[in-house]
Design a protein. Structure first.
Lengths: 114, 114
């Protein structure tokens, strides 16, 4: 069964450092998303991406965040200068189309900022 | 901002009991999805409800979408220890750049004791 894969599964970084979280969406999917889940809190939308550009971003997704699809397969989330409050599980998801369709989630990257 | 209120947050019951989880919003979504999330993994889709008043069954799980498409419920009959997990409701964005974006509820942690 096709799946979304994320690497690394766990990343520890020092405050102020840049991190890149990587995702390989399902190959024929066209819409890509990043969500995050701070420990004990709800899953929150960060950004959606379609046709090589951002469709929508949340208030969380400020200038410190960026996304890129550098080639035909990878979808990355970069945090330029990490803060302690960026510590969370980050989930990548992809869908074949937008709307009432199943989102396939990766297993997540646990980011710990120290 | 669209919000989903999910209740209860925690549910601890004995095997064989029935339970209902509620998901309520002041906004209309194009559809509503229910996910189950295991520790250390991403959410996995259980069902999508689209039409107001729709009822879908998945074995012992019954999902209902309110007539006004603002609320939904998940009912589990004769719960089993294998039903233990985190259940999430998510509203699917209704249009424009929000199309496909998921807004999650807080989640319900269900524990079924043998």
């Amino acid at each position: 069964e096709p799946e979304v894969t994320q690497t690394p599964s766990h990343q520890v970084t020092q405050m102020g450092q840049e991190v890149i979280l990587r995702c390989v969406p399902i190959s024929n999917h066209l819409y890509f998303y990043w969500y995050r889940q701070i420990l004990g809190q709800k899953v929150e939308f960060l950004v959606s991406f379609y046709n090589n550009e951002i469709s929508e971003k949340s208030e969380i997704f400020d200038d410190q965040f960026s996304v890129e699809r550098p080639d035909g397969s990878n979808f990355t989330l970069k945090i330029r200068s990490t803060k302690l409050e960026d510590s969370a599980m980050y989930f990548c998801a992809s869908t074949l189309t937008a709307g009432n369709t199943e989102a396939f989630f990766g297993q997540g990257t646990r980011l710990t900022v120290v | 901002t669209q919000l989903l209120e999910q209740s209860p947050q925690f549910l601890s019951i004995q095997e064989g009991e029935n339970l209902t989880v509620y998901c309520n919003s002041s906004s209309v979504f194009s559809s509503l999805q229910w996910y189950r999330q295991e520790p250390g993994e991403g959410p996995v889709l259980l069902v999508t409800v689209v039409t107001g008043g729709e009822v879908k069954k998945l074995k012992r799980l019954t999902f209902q979408f309110g007539d006004a498409r603002k609320d939904s419920s998940l009912h589990i009959t004769a719960a089993q220890p294998g039903d233990t997990g985190l259940y999430l409701c998510a509203g699917v964005g209704a249009g424009g750049t929000s199309y496909g974006k998921l807004t999650f509820g807080q989640g319900t942690i269900l524990t079924v004791h043998p």
